[in-house]
Design a protein around this ligand. Structure first.
Ligand SMILES: NC(=O)c1ccc[n+]([C@@H]2O[C@H](COP(=O)([O-])OP(=O)(O)OC[C@H]3O[C@@H](n4cnc5c(N)ncnc54)[C@H](O)[C@@H]3O)[C@@H](O)[C@H]2O)c1
Length: 315
């Protein structure tokens, strides 16, 4: 059932900054009422100014997505503000210190799993029954990342939580087939945001590391350029050190992809075509890994529920 964004209400978590703010802005521009759900009240207040300046209807609710009881209350409150909710954007996320995963602490694990996986499940388990009961076309978008599709070295915890959001949404969309509710996973590439700063700000005291982690993710430095004629003869200069910021999408640009994904009922919502080759690279590795043996006759019929999933037939 296709959803009409104009006139709908979207509950966007982590909407006070970065990607979530951009999604909320794009949805507002396409005519949705916005509920900004975020753990940081000061950031909500700041974000609301943009909506009032631009005369878009928006309302803020302070919510920690890991708090299940508060989530239920926030959903009820949101339903009352604009007379219903049709879109949930499960976007709030955090990062943990990067580096070799065995050097992460159990507190890092609990923090990132709590927000990035359990927080998303809290949204789904709170909202889907309400969406189904409403009978109205409704949509859930959950923010993963390209790193949930193609892992970033040294970011195991983050990659793992984002891959979980991909698998969760792939399954959810299939389970919702034939109902009034649809689901998409948003897996953007680099977008302007404040994750490293906000993740420190929102980390609860009981999950604070006792010591500052010594492992800091340091990208491999570019090779040194030798100087002097004898050294530079035949020397091929390394690629220039890129200004990464020039490649970042704005939150609003990312939000436009989300709008289109909701309208088209996409399973995957991607932002950067540059990752297409990365997917080919990964899928080639997966295909190569299967034993080079003949298939057993009848296996695929017997196990069709394992070997074929119609969710991947979607355009
Ligand atoms: N920026 C990127 O390049 C990028 C790329 C891929 C995926 N993402 C994902 O996009 C999402 C947003 O990232 P961002 O870059 O916009 O970061 P951000 O820091 O700008 O925004 C994150 C927001 O989430 C809120 N938040 C954190 N914990 C919360 C909690 N427990 N309950 C409610 N709100 C909470 C923060 O207060 C903040 O406003 C994350 O899920 C992130 O993993 C970002």
């Amino acid at each position: 059932m296709a959803i009409t964004i104009k006139g709908s209400t979207a509950f966007v978590t982590g909407a006070a900054s970065g990607v979530g703010f951009g999604i909320a802005k794009a949805l507002a521009k396409h005519g949705a009422n916005i509920i900004i759900a975020d753990i940081r009240q000061s950031a909500i207040d700041e974000a609301l100014v943009w909506f009032s300046d631009n005369k878009y209807p928006a309302y803020g609710i302070r919510l920690d997505v890991t708090d299940r009881e508060a989530y239920g209350k926030a959903a009820d409150e949101a339903w009352g503000v604009f007379g219903g909710v049709e879109i949930l954007v499960n976007n709030a996320g955090v990062e943990a210190p990067m580096g070799k995963v065995w050097l992460n602490t159990f507190k890092d694990v609990d923090f990132i799993v709590g927000v990035n996986i359990k927080g998303i499940l809290n949204g789904i388990i709170t909202f889907v029954p309400k969406f189904l009961a409403s009978g109205k076309p409704s949509h859930i978008v959950s923010t993963a990342s390209q790193s949930g599709m193609y892992v970033v070295p040294g970011a195991a915890l983050y990659n793992m939580t984002k891959a979980a959001v991909v698998a969760l949404t792939e399954t959810l969309k299939g389970d919702l087939a034939g109902t009034n509710v649809d689901a998409s996973v948003f897996a953007p590439g680099p977008v302007q945001g404040n994750l490293s700063v906000s993740s420190k700000e929102v980390r609860p005291a009981e999950l604070a590391n006792e010591e500052t982690p010594t492992q800091i993710f340091a990208p491999t430095p570019p090779p040194e350029i030798p100087t002097g004629d004898s050294h530079t003869a035949g020397f091929v200069a390394p690629p220039p050190v890129f200004d990464f910021s020039s490649f970042l999408l704005t939150g609003e640009q990312a939000g436009e992809y989300v709008v289109r994904g909701i309208e088209s009922g996409a399973l995957y919502i991607f932002t950067h075509t540059e990752f297409r080759d990365s997917m080919k690279h990964k899928h080639a590795a997966i295909e190569r890994a299967y034993p080079d043996e003949p298939e057993k006759a009848g296996f695929k019929q017997a196990f069709s529920f394992l070997t074929h999933n119609a969710v991947y037939d979607e355009k």
